[in-house]
Design a protein around this ligand. Structure first.
Ligand code: MG
Length: 203
């Protein structure tokens, strides 16, 4: 499986990064070795001094598809979850400055913790999904799908023009504003509509 991450999909986050709001989706990949499941801890890597959390809603692809039309994209996922797109911000800044690829900053081992998924049928309005990240019990990020620049269906249509989507692939759909650093000993808890689906420690 592969992990597709969408960049700058909330205008306020683009603003906080001093980056332009995109006119078409921006995406990059993480390998499956980035995944952390079952609330296992994240081990702070020795190559960075500035690991940032980015909480994101995640969709799980349920069948193979290529060149998917946006109007049928909803048939390609049944479940929505929540995860963290960990970013080595110091390395990312360095890569950006030099115009180099981002993978070292984004796709390292453990950079994609993923929580439990919920059946999308349980969600009343997909254009109004509230999600949140707590750091040591304090709310640090809150988002709502009404603020998405590109909807889930648009993302599936766009990404599938380039990459065949396969069963089990994950799409991290972008982070709202409020990203920030973690430190060893911190606890992160992420929820959708106040249901905690991911909870783990930084070690
Ligand atoms: Mg992100």
């Amino acid at each position: 499986m592969k992990i597709i991450c969408i960049g700058r999909n909330y205008a306020e986050h683009a603003k906080e990064m001093n980056s332009p709001v995109p006119t078409e989706p921006i995406f990059f990949l993480k390998p499956d070795t980035a995944i952390i499941r079952d609330n296992q801890p994240f081990y702070y890597p020795d190559f960075s001094k500035e690991i940032h959390y980015e909480v994101e809603l995640v969709i799980k692809i349920n069948k193979v598809g290529k060149n998917i039309d946006a109007q049928f994209a909803h048939k390609y996922y049944d479940e929505i979850g929540i995860g963290i797109d960990f970013t080595a911000r110091d390395i990312q800044a360095n890569c950006k400055e030099k115009g180099l690829p981002w993978e070292k900053a984004k796709a390292f081992d453990g950079s994609a913790p993923i929580g439990k998924f919920i059946d999308k049928k349980k969600i009343v309005d997909q254009n109004n999904i509230h999600f949140k990240l707590l750091l040591n019990g304090n709310s640090v990020q809150e988002g709502n799908t009404k603020d998405l620049l590109f909807t889930f269906d648009t993302l599936i249509a766009y990404v599938s023009r380039f990459f065949t989507l396969k069963t089990g692939d994950l799409i991290y759909t972008g982070t709202p504003e409020g990203v920030g650093p973690v430190a060893i000993g911190d606890k992160l808890e992420a929820s959708i509509e106040n249901e905690t689906l991911l909870s783990f420690e930084i070690k």
